[in-house]
Design a protein around this ligand. Structure first.
Ligand SMILES: [Zn+2]
Length: 294
C-alpha cells in the first residue's frame, strides 16, 4: 500500500511532467467555450447582483491603495486625453452642468454660502489685492462708467449721500479724514487750498483777531447749526470751533464781520460752498437776519 504522501508526490510529479500540455488543453477548452462561459457568468452576476456588488466593494476596499496608485499612474500617462475629454464633455453639456450646479447651490444654499464665506475669510488679503489691481488696471474705464452713472443719478445720489452723511456724521468725518491721508486725497486737498488762497487774495480778505472775537460773541461761542459749544469742540476735535463764510468764498465773498458764521467742524464741512438758503432752515434764516447777517 502506498501512503497518502506517496500518492500526492506521484500526482505532483505527473502534473509537473504534463504541465504545458495541460495548460494548452485548458486554454483550447476555454477558447472553445468562451461564449458559454460569458453567458454563464453574466447570468450568475444577474442572479447575484447584491452579492457581486458586496464582493466588488470589499475587493475595492481591500485594494484601495493599489487602485489609487493605478488610477494615478493611468491619469498621468493619459493626462492630455483626460483634459481634452473633460473640456469636450463640459462643452457638450454646458447647459446641464449649469442647471445642475444651480440646483445644487439652491439645495445647499447655507452650505454653499458658508463655504464661500470661509473662502473669502481665508483669502481676504489676496482677494483685496486682486480687486485693487483690477480696479487700477481698469481705472479709466471705471471712472467713465461712474461718471455716466453719476450724471444719470445725480439728484438721487447727492440726496442719498447727504442723508447718509447726516445719519452717520462721525463715520463720515472719519471717512473723510482717511481719504485725506491718501495720495489722491492729499492732492485734491492741495488743489482746493491753492484755489482758496488765490480767491482770498483776489477778494482781499483780511479778518482780524478782533473780528473773530466779535463774531464768536455774536454766536455765543456755539455752532450756529447744531449748538455745539467751542469748549466741547476743542475737547472733541482738539481744534478751535470754525469761523466761516456765510456766503461762500468760492463766489467771491470775503470773510468779514457781516459774512462770518460760527460752525462746528462737521456742520462746516456739510455746508461747504452752499449758499445760506441752500443749507439753513427757514427758522435759521430768520435768526441770521435778526443778527443782521442776511
Ligand atoms: Zn454743528
Amino acid at each position: 500500500m502506498r501512503s497518502k504522501e506517496e500518492i500526492a508526490a506521484y500526482q505532483k510529479a505527473w502534473y509537473e511532467r504534463n504541465k504545458e500540455e495541460i495548460a494548452a488543453k485548458s486554454k483550447a477548452y476555454r477558447e472553445a467555450h468562451k461564449e458559454e462561459k460569458a453567458a454563464r457568468d453574466k447570468a450568475y452576476r444577474e442572479a447575484n447582483k447584491e452579492k457581486c456588488k458586496a464582493y466588488k466593494k470589499a475587493w475595492r476596499e481591500a485594494n484601495k491603495e493599489e487602485i489609487a496608485a493605478y488610477n494615478k499612474a493611468y491619469r498621468e500617462v493619459h493626462k492630455e486625453e483626460a483634459v481634452a475629454y473633460g473640456k469636450a464633455y463640459r462643452e457638450a453639456n454646458k447647459e446641464e452642468i449649469a442647471a445642475y450646479t444651480k440646483a445644487y447651490r439652491e439645495a445647499n444654499l447655507e452650505k454653499y454660502k458658508a463655504t464661500k464665506k470661509a473662502y473669502r475669510e481665508a483669502n481676504k488679503e489676496e482677494i483685496a489685492a486682486y480687486h485693487k489691481a483690477w480696479r487700477e488696471e481698469n481705472r479709466e474705464e471705471l471712472l467713465k462708467k461712474y461718471k455716466v452713472w453719476y450724471e444719470e443719478n445725480r439728484e438721487h445720489s447727492l440726496a442719498s449721500s447727504k442723508a447718509w452723511r447726516e445719519a452717520n456724521k462721525e463715520e463720515a468725518a472719519a471717512y473723510k479724514k482717511a481719504y485725506r491721508q491718501t495720495e489722491r486725497g492729499k492732492e485734491v486737498h492741495r488743489v482746493a487750498s491753492r484755489k482758496r488762497r488765490a480767491i482770498k487774495r483776489n477778494v482781499n480778505e483780511n479778518f482780524s483777531k478782533e473780528d473773530e472775537g466779535e463774531v464768536l460773541n455774536k454766536f455765543n461761542h456755539q455752532c450756529f447749526n447744531c449748538g455745539m459749544t467751542a469748549e466741547d469742540h476743542k475737547a472733541k476735535w482738539n481744534e478751535s470751533i470754525h469761523m466761516d463764510h456765510l456766503y461762500p468764498l468760492s463766489e467771491g465773498n470775503a470773510l468779514t464781520q457781516n459774512n462770518a458764521i460760527v460752525l462746528c467742524k462737521l456742520c462746516n464741512s456739510s455746508k461747504g460752498t452752499k449758499n445760506p438758503s441752500e443749507f439753513f432752515s427757514i427758522e435759521q434764516l430768520h435768526e441770521l437776519k435778526d443778527k443782521g447777517l442776511l
